[in-house]
Design a protein around this ligand. Structure first.
Ligand code: ASP
Ligand code: MG
Length: 415
C-alpha cells in the first residue's frame, strides 16, 4: 500500500475552517487507499506571536527556552487536526516531535535531525490510522525540546518521508507549485510542472521561499520524491503541483532555464587598494567569517602595481556589522586605500540545468540587461546558475526583462 507524507504549512492550517479542509483532503487520500503521515506547522502567525512574547521579556532570550515556547504552536495544530479527522470518522493520532523521537542535535532554534523512530508509526499505519506529526520540532538526546529553524516543518516532513521510505512527500502551501519567478513581480510567471532537484536547491538558496533550503538538501540526499501543491484547491481535486525530480530518473525534456530567483536584501562592500599578496583574502574575509557574517559573492580584481581590490556581498542586515569588522581590521591584518559600501543592491539569478550543455546563456542574459540600460556590478556563476548584482531600483525591470527574453511564460520546448 502506497505511503504518502503530506505537510501543511501555517496558512493551510490557519483557522479551524482551514484545518477542516485539510482533514477533507486527508480523508480523500485515505479513501483512495493511501497510508498517510501528516506533518503540520503552527497556525499562521502563531510562531511569530510566541517568539514575540519571549522578546517582551528579554532582548536576548535563552535559545533552549525559545524552543520550549515555539514548539507549542505545532502541538496545538496536531491535536486540532486529529479531532477534525476523527469527526470525519477516521482513526487519527497525533504525535509531538519528542513522542516520535525525532532525535536532533542540541543546536537550539536551528537543530538538525539525526534519527527518527518510525516503528510505532508503522504500527499505527497498519491499523488504518492517520498519523499526525508536529513539524519543526524534535528532541535532543537529553530530552530537551529543539526546533529546526524557521520553516522547519518542511524538513520534518522530508525527513519522515525518508525514514519511512514514503512513495511521495507532498508539501501543501498557499501557492500551487514552484513558479518560474515570483508572480507578484511577473504576472505571466508560470507554474513549473517539474523542476530538477539541483534547480530547486539553487532557487531555495537564492530566495525563492517555497521550501526551506534544508528540506531540499535533505530530499536530495535521500532522493525523496517531493511535490509542492496548494492546500487552497478544492480538496476533491487531484492537482499535480510541481514535482521535484532527480535527473537520473527523468527522461522528460527539461527546460534550459527554469526560473529567475532574486534577493532584495543584499549589500556590497569593496576593499580598494589592498596589497596583492598571498593571504590577503583571508586577512579580509577571515575576520568577517569569525564575526559569523555570511559572505555570498566574492570578486577579486587582477592586481596592478602590487595592489588589488576585493569586493563581496553580505545580507543587508549585516552590512553595518561587516563594515565595522573591516574598520577594526584595517591597519592590522591588511592595509587598504579605501573601504566603500553600497546597501542598495540586489541579486538576480537565472537558474537552469540546461546551462550545463548550452553556451551563450550568460551572454544572452547580459545583453538583455544592457538593452534596458541596467549596469551589472558583479557576476557570479555556477554550473546551473548565473547571478548578477545590480542596483536595487532595477530589480523588477531586470526580472521582467529576463523572464520575457528567456520566454519563461511558455511551456519548455526542445531547441
Ligand atoms: N512554525 C514554524 C515557523 O513558522 C515552522 C514552519 O512553519 O515550518 O517557522
Ligand atoms: Mg513554510
Amino acid at each position: 500500500m502506497a505511503l504518502i507524507v503530506q505537510k501543511y504549512g501555517g496558512t493551510s492550517v490557519g483557522s479551524t475552517e482551514r484545518i477542516r479542509s485539510v482533514a477533507l483532503r486527508v480523508a480523500r487520500f485515505h479513501r483512495e487507499g493511501y497510508q498517510l503521515v501528516v506533518v503540520v506547522s503552527a497556525m499562521s502567525g502563531e510562531t511569530n506571536r510566541l517568539l514575540a512574547l519571549a522578546k517582551e521579556l528579554s532582548a536576548d532570550p535563552n535559545p533552549r527556552e525559545l524552543d520550549v515556547i515555539a514548539a507549542t504552536g505545532e502541538q496545538v495544530t496536531i491535536g486540532l487536526l486529529a479531532i477534525a479527522l476523527q469527526e470525519l470518522g477516521l482513526k487519527a493520532k497525533s504525535y509531538t516531535g519528542g513522542q516520535v523521537h525525532v532525535l536532533t542535535d542540541s543546536a537550539f532554534t536551528k537543530a538538525r535531525i539525526l534519527d527518527i523512530e518510525v516503528a510505532p508509526l508503522r504500527k499505527d499505519l497498519a491499523k488504518g490510522m492517520v498519523v499526525i506529526v508536529a513539524g519543526f520540532q524534535g528532541v535532543d538526546n537529553e530530552g530537551n525540546i529543539t526546533t529546526l529553524g524557521r520553516g522547519g516543518s518542511d524538513t520534518s516532513a522530508v525527513a519522515l518521508a525518508a525514514a519511512l521510505g514514503a512513495d511521495e512527500c507532498q508539501i501543501y502551501t498557499d501557492v500551487d507549485g514552484v513558479y518560474s519567478t515570483d508572480p507578484r513581480v511577473v504576472p505571466e510567471a508560470r507554474r513549473l510542472e517539474r523542476v530538477t532537484f539541483e534547480e530547486m536547491l539553487e532557487m531555495a538558496s537564492l530566495g525563492s521561499k517555497v521550501l526551506q533550503l534544508r528540506s531540499v538538501e535533505f530530499a536530495g540526499k535521500y532522493k525523496v520524491k517531493l511535490r509542492v501543491l496548494s492546500s487552497f484547491d478544492d480538496p476533491a481535486s487531484a492537482a499535480t503541483g510541481t514535482l521535484i525530480t532527480y535527473e537520473e530518473d527523468d527522461t522528460m525534456e527539461q527546460a534550459i532555464i527554469s526560473g529567475i530567483a532574486f534577493t532584495r536584501d543584499e549589500a556590497k562592500i569593496s576593499v580598494m587598494g589592498v596589497e596583492d599578496r598571498p593571504g590577503i583574502a583571508y586577512a579580509i574575509l577571515g575576520p568577517v567569517a569569525d564575526a559569523n557574517i555570511e559572505v555570498d559573492i566574492i570578486v577579486q580584481n587582477i592586481g596592478a602595481s602590487g595592489r588589488t581590490d576585493l569586493s563581496f556581498t553580505v545580507n543587508r542586515s549585516e552590512y553595518k556589522k561587516a563594515l565595522d569588522v573591516l574598520a577594526g581590521e584595517t591597519g592590522k591584518g591588511f592595509t587598504a586605500r579605501e573601504i566603500i559600501g553600497d546597501n542598495r543592491i540586489c541579486k538576480v539569478s537565472l537558474v537552469g540545468i540546461g546551462m550545463r550543455s548550452h553556451v551563450g546563456i550568460a551572454a544572452k542574459m547580459f545583453k538583455a540587461l544592457a538593452d534596458e540600460g541596467i549596469n551589472i556590478q558583479m557576476i557570479s556563476t555556477s554550473e546551473i546558475k548565473t547571478s548578477v548584482v545590480i542596483d536595487e531600483k532595477y530589480l523588477e525591470l531586470a526580472v521582467r526583462q529576463l523572464h520575457r527574453v528567456f520566454e519563461l511564460d511558455q511551456q519548455p520546448h526542445a531547441v
